[in-house]
Design a protein around this ligand. Structure first.
Ligand code: ATP
Ligand code: MG
Length: 286
């Protein structure tokens, strides 16, 4: 890989560089976004947690589906990966009723066209995990869509394939998390196509930014759950009376520390690897 990289763009959290037509460098910053707004305060170590956890799960699930990971750099936040043509949908799987899934259910009794039993409460486990795709909004919020709308975007066959793979990935990782006392309530995956038109898992995978992780011993449906994910920051931001539009509020030191601790704890619980060991040798997760 040549070392001259072109900056392709900045996502809310990641910087994208291209080495050539086939390879990208994804660098996860310590930025945190909530309700799609990047906050003015960074969370130290967050980028490394996301990068390390994603690499860990790419490795753990490589038998189920090929992924974009080529190499992990020694800074612990940079991933060399295959450059793909990303599908224009977010592949969300929900095993529990939370976030926009809960909101949609309250409004319509359905989530993305899946009719659910009546009488479910917030955070309830669903009879079985469901695939609930969303648009990838260039600006603004992603929108939940049903099978027909998603199939319009990617084609019927591709839809069936990403649904099957997303559900299989969710099942594998949620079983593993359950054995560790963690509920994987839901998760968002992104897939791309390689030059041969093969589906490849990309972006980040099973991190606290892309998933809701709940401590199983505190699980109590009927309201929101304490979590290892961004919920802590979301709740704090809303507590300030913030209206969810940019600019977001600056985070005080105790919220930064609490968030940082949650991210690190999620990394350690899920991988079984002390975060300090990852920092010293990122490839330990592979
Ligand atoms: N292997 C890959 N090939 C091409 N693009 C990729 C690959 N993996 C991830 N991406 C894209 O890189 C970007 C990652 O940046 P980041 O996660 O910060 O973005 P985001 O805030 O989620 O969304 P946006 O880019 O719309 O702001 C995403 O747009 C993702 O789709
Ligand atoms: Mg992203």
């Amino acid at each position: 890989m040549s070392d001259t990289a072109t900056h392709l763009g900045s996502g809310k959290v990641r910087e994208l560089y291209a080495f050539d037509d086939d390879k990208l460098l994804l660098v996860a910053s310590d930025r945190i976004s909530t309700f799609d707004v990047v906050l003015p305060t960074e969370i130290p170590d967050k980028g490394r947690v996301l990068t390390g956890l994603s690499a860990f799960w790419f490795r753990q699930t490589s038998g189920l589906v090929p992924n974009h990971l080529l190499a992990l750099r020694s800074d612990g936040r940079s991933t060399e990966c295959r450059r793909l043509e990303m599908l224009p949908i977010e592949c969300v799987v929900r095993g529990y009723l939370a976030g926009s899934g809960w909101k949609d259910y309250v409004a319509t009794g359905e989530v993305c066209g899946h009719r659910l039993p009546a009488g479910l409460v917030e955070s309830d486990q669903l009879p079985e995990p469901i695939f609930t795709p969303a648009t990838k909004a260039q600006t603004g919020h992603d929108e939940n869509i049903d099978r027909a709308a998603a199939a319009d975007l990617v084609g019927e066959e591709r839809y069936d394939e990403v649904e099957r793979l997303s559900l299989a990935l969710y099942r594998t990782v949620s079983e593993r998390a359950a054995a560790l006392g963690i509920v994987l309530a839901d998760t968002k995956l992104e897939f791309g196509l390689d030059d041969d038109g093969r589906l490849v898992l990309a972006d980040e995978a099973f991190t606290p930014d892309s998933s809701r992780f709940w401590p199983a011993d505190e699980y109590a449906p009927g309201g929101p759950q304490p979590s290892f994910d961004k919920q802590f920051v979301r709740d704090w931001c809303l507590g300030t009376g913030w209206d969810r539009t940019a600019p977001g509020p600056a985070l005080p030191p105790d919220v930064v520390d609490g968030t940082r601790e949650r991210y690190r704890e999620a990394f350690e619980l899920l991988t079984g690897i002390p975060f300090s060991r990852y920092v010293g040798d990122p490839e330990i997760v592979l």
